[in-house]
Structures are given as C-alpha cells and as structure tokens.
Design a protein around this ligand. Structure first.
Ligand code: S3P
Length: 176
C-alpha cells in the first residue's frame, strides 16, 4: 500500500511540529495545515476555552473528525496536537494516508519551550510536573511513526534537510 504524498507530524507538545511542518511544506511546495488551528476555526474558539466549556472528550471528537477529513486530501503536511495519537482510529488514518514523522525532544527542552505559553490547558499549573506526568503516560504513543527526529538543540534548517533526506530514503526503501 502506498501512503500517497501526505506527511503527518506527530509528537509531544513543544517538540517543534508546527514550526518544522510549516518550513517543510514551504520547501516541498506542499500545503501546510495545522490540526489545532483547524479545530480553532471549526469551533470559532481557542483551545483552552474548548477544554473549559466543552471538555477534553469533545475536543478529541472534533480532533478525530477533522483529522479524518483532512487526510482524504493529498499534497498535505498536517501538523497535529500532541494528543492526536491517543485514539487508535486516528493512528489508523495517519498510517493509511500519510508518511508519519515523529518529533522528539528532551524533557528539559520541552519544559523550556512550553513554559511561557498559556495556550495548553493540559499543562496548566506546574508545567514541569505536568510534562513529566504526560510524557510517562504517553510513553510509546509516538513509536508507530516511520520517521523519528530528535529536535533537541538542533537548527531548524538542518532538521528540515534531515526530514527530506529520511523521506527519500523511506520512499526508496518502499520502492515508491
Ligand atoms: C495537546 C496538545 C496541543 C493541543 C491540546 C492538547 C495534547 O497541541 O492539541 O492542547 O494533548 O498533547 P501541541 O502539541 O501543538 O501543543
């Protein structure tokens, strides 16, 4: 089975998905869609408000629905929220319709990157503690990706080159 031309970025919060996804799409002449942004537009509301007024389960339902819809398209770089991998149906859609790139970063670096941001309801309160707990809970959740990249302390332009190289290697290996 060929996964077509789509690329999906997965990874924990603060691993660099949106930044690298946008850069990669530009470099490859593909369309970049950010799933969190798609949810915000669909709901006409920001993420903390959705969590607060409608709850996480509702957010996950919208996330799953939009992910499935978006992946019917092609030539797309789709960046997802860190929890989009938590539903098996989402993982199935990603595997069927895209090449999946998982971004990773060290715990300390993740905490540094997310600390100043108040837009992540799951990290409200003690962000360092929440990151540690969620990383533990989500251990292995990003393992299914075909390509894995560690973004800790790396230059973004070099990372884009690395992803393009690994994508070519993967496609050669698959004979695509
Ligand atoms: C979440 C990650 C967020 C966003 C929401 C929930 C998660 O996206 O979807 O706050 O469960 O990890 P980022 O990974 O882009 O921060």
């Amino acid at each position: 089975m060929t996964v077509g031309n789509n690329i999906v970025f997965i990874g924990f919060m603060g691993t660099g998905k949106s930044t690298l996804g946008a850069m990669l799409a530009k470099e490859l002449g593909m369309e970049h869609v950010d799933l969190d942004q798609a949810i915000i537009e669909h709901e006409q509301s920001d993420i903390p408000t959705i969590f607060q007024t409608k709850g996480e389960a509702y957010f996950r339902d919208v996330e799953a629905k939009l992910l499935a819809e978006l992946l019917t398209g092609s030539n797309l770089v789709l960046t997802t929220g860190g929890g989009a991998v938590l539903r098996a149906e989402n993982v199935k859609h990603m595997m069927e319709h895209a090449l999946v790139v998982a971004l990773h970063a060290d715990q300390d670096e993740i905490v540094r990157r997310v600390s100043l941001d108040t837009n992540r309801p799951l990290l409200a309160g003690d962000a360092a503690k929440r990151v540690a707990t969620l990383l533990e809970q989500r251990k292995g959740a990003y393992d299914f990706a075909q390509i894995h990249i560690d973004t800790t302390g790396q230059d973004v332009n070099e990372l884009v080159k690395e992803i393009i190289k690994k994508r070519i290697e993967y496609r050669d290996f698959r004979g695509e």
